[in-house]
Design a protein around this ligand. Structure first.
Ligand SMILES: *[C@@H]1O[C@H](CO)[C@@H](O)[C@H](O)[C@H]1NC(C)=O
Ligand SMILES: *[C@@H]1O[C@H](CO)[C@@H](O)[C@H](O)[C@H]1NC(C)=O
Ligand SMILES: *[C@@H]1O[C@H](CO)[C@@H](O)[C@H](O)[C@H]1NC(C)=O
Length: 193
């Protein structure tokens, strides 16, 4: 009992000393670095934001947004193969047309990581360029079973307006152009931040 109390006190002391160090480090940084107090306030006053946008993943076109950088040697370039690895920088727009208002980019990598279905492992930073979210990012890491009607991927963090974010994004295919392996994805992003 007494030793457990002692442990608790020690741990609490450790926690506060760690926080104090972090605060000191934070104070020495740029003006945009939040104080520990601001972070605490932010945690208490979390809000849920929903963003609706479209992601354009264009592959076998003259100006691709997604390029294959590795794959099993000899695999067919015009199909998808287990092991293919792509790097993407996909435009995000407000409407399903590529010419509708730009709201950001989805930058990262995905790999075909299932031997018996078209399933991606995605690791993508979504950076927003519109209004109050300009420059803010969310990081999406998860499984995308492309042929499922709705896929859900976790949001594991964020920066700027989305500091301390967690949430999820639901993705469905709005337009599929099989010959060019291209897709317009309908994204509904929900973030607590
Ligand atoms: C690649 O796949 C396409 C579509 O299935 C097929 O038409 C083409 O013949 C294949 N090419 C090779 C070199 O196997
Ligand atoms: C977003 O921020 C960048 C860099 O600060 C700035 O150049 C750009 O004009 C901003 N865009 C909007 C829509 O506010
Ligand atoms: C995209 O998804 C939203 C939310 O589910 C839906 O309201 C909208 O109609 C969809 N857009 C298209 C083009 O399918």
């Amino acid at each position: 009992m007494a030793s457990s109390l002692a442990r608790t006190i020690l741990f609490t002391a450790f926690l506060f000393s760690t926080l104090a160090i972090h605060e000191a480090v934070a104070d020495g940084n740029s003006e945009d670095t939040p104080s520990l107090e601001e972070i605490r306030h932010r945690l208490k006053s979390q809000k849920l934001t929903r963003l609706q946008f479209y992601m354009h993943d264009l592959v076998l076109v003259s100006d691709p947004t997604s390029v294959k950088v590795a794959g099993v040697p000899g695999s067919n370039r015009t199909t998808v193969n287990f092991g293919d690895l792509y790097v993407l920088d996909d435009p995000l727009t407000a409407g399903p047309s590529l010419t509708s208002t730009a709201v950001g980019r989805a930058q990262g990598i995905y790999s075909f990581s299932s031997k018996d279905s078209i399933t991606l492992m995605m690791s993508v930073n979504m950076v927003f360029t519109g209004g109050k979210y300009n420059g803010s990012t969310v990081t999406v890491i998860g499984r995308n079973a492309v042929l499922n009607k709705v896929r859900e991927l976790p949001v594991v963090g964020g920066t700027g307006a989305f500091r301390l974010a967690r949430g999820f994004v639901q993705i469905s295919t709005a337009i599929l152009d099989a010959p060019t392996l291209s897709m317009v994805l309908n994204c509904s992003l929900y973030v607590l931040h």
